[in-house]
Design a protein around this ligand. Sequence first.
Ligand SMILES: NC(=O)C1=CN([C@@H]2O[C@H](COP(=O)(O)OP(=O)(O)OC[C@H]3O[C@@H](n4cnc5c(N)ncnc54)[C@H](OP(=O)(O)O)[C@@H]3O)[C@@H](O)[C@H]2O)C=CC1
Ligand SMILES: O=C(CO)COP(=O)(O)O
Length: 339
Amino acid sequence: MEKVSVFGAGSWGTAIAFVLSDNGHNCMLWTRKPDQCREINEQHTNEMYLPKIELPTNLHAVTDVREAVTHSDVLIIAVPTKGIREICGQLNRLINEPKLIVHVSKGIEPDSLKRISEMIEDEIDPEKRKAIVALSGPSHAEEVVLRHPTTITAASLDAEAAIKVQDLFMNNYFRVYTHDDLIGVEIGGALKNVIALAAGISDGLSYGDNAKAALITRGLAEITRLGMKMGANPLTFSGLTGLGDLIVTCTSIHSRNYKAGNLLGQGKTLDEVISGMGMVIEGIRTTKAAHQLAVRHGVSMPLTEALYTVLFEGETPKQAVDQLMGRTKKQEIEDIFYK
Ligand SMILES: NC(=O)C1=CN([C@@H]2O[C@H](COP(=O)(O)OP(=O)(O)OC[C@H]3O[C@@H](n4cnc5c(N)ncnc54)[C@H](OP(=O)(O)O)[C@@H]3O)[C@@H](O)[C@H]2O)C=CC1
Ligand SMILES: O=C(CO)COP(=O)(O)O
């Protein structure tokens, strides 16, 4: 059994720690909230993020980052993209022997346009990390903690590190595949949230199933186009971390991105939606980053651009849909897919 530390006790960090504890590992969950720490250790619950779920009694929470860093050789980062640099900076100051760094976050940083693993490389010195692994795929925390069958992918440039993460997590309800396309896995995981916001808007406007199928399919096409320009393997996007996660996020009642889009489609303002959610809606910042990436790489991303105008330029969802449907005619499969 291994010692593992998870940083971030939101819905996903807690669910990840739940699986590791179920597997018998000595798992330490770091939270910055003393009340939540006590609740996890004494009541074995995390009501704010996973209501009505009983957590394994062998899961131990702490508020001291140093304690969590020294506890383990495997450090798992489970905070939203916005908090990645801050937590990694703290880890970097405390690590004194190389650790395996795993992240489970899905986003791209606006302006720098860096993926999560690139942000980790910026913040944690090379001699303090053995390898970086991204764990991503269709995996809502709410279903994982019910021990419902879930599949996910551990991606790394270091094959041994990906297998190590696979071995840590695998059990009879959590099946882990390995992958070497870190770029494709991170791009797919981040950009599906943009399309999920759009799918939620579509349902909020009661456009129905045709529109949603179109969003998922054409969304995948534009994610693939961008991903290929960034060096990803196009096949990655038809896997768990691409199409798989796109389907689950565009169709699940658990998705915060879908829910946020749905409320926007019903006429709520972005501020109202954000303040009512209480959890991260990664797709909002990622839409800004994706818009910037599309410009940087000269890639056509009409759905992302339409969502960008709704979120950041005051266009109504209806105006954005009219604009999308009124574009000039084109072929379905562009040459770029065959290059
Ligand atoms: N929820 C899910 O099912 C899944 C989520 N993910 C991804 O996992 C990542 C985390 O999401 P999730 O757990 O759902 O988010 P939540 O909103 O549920 O929780 C976020 C957690 O991160 C903590 N946090 C936020 N900012 C910081 C910071 N700067 N420093 C330290 N801690 C911080 C929060 O602490 P506090 O409570 O103190 O604010 C909270 O514990 C996201 O990138 C998401 O896309 C991936 C797969 C599934
Ligand atoms: O990534 C997720 C499921 O795979 C979670 O999506 P949301 O952040 O939209 O809830």
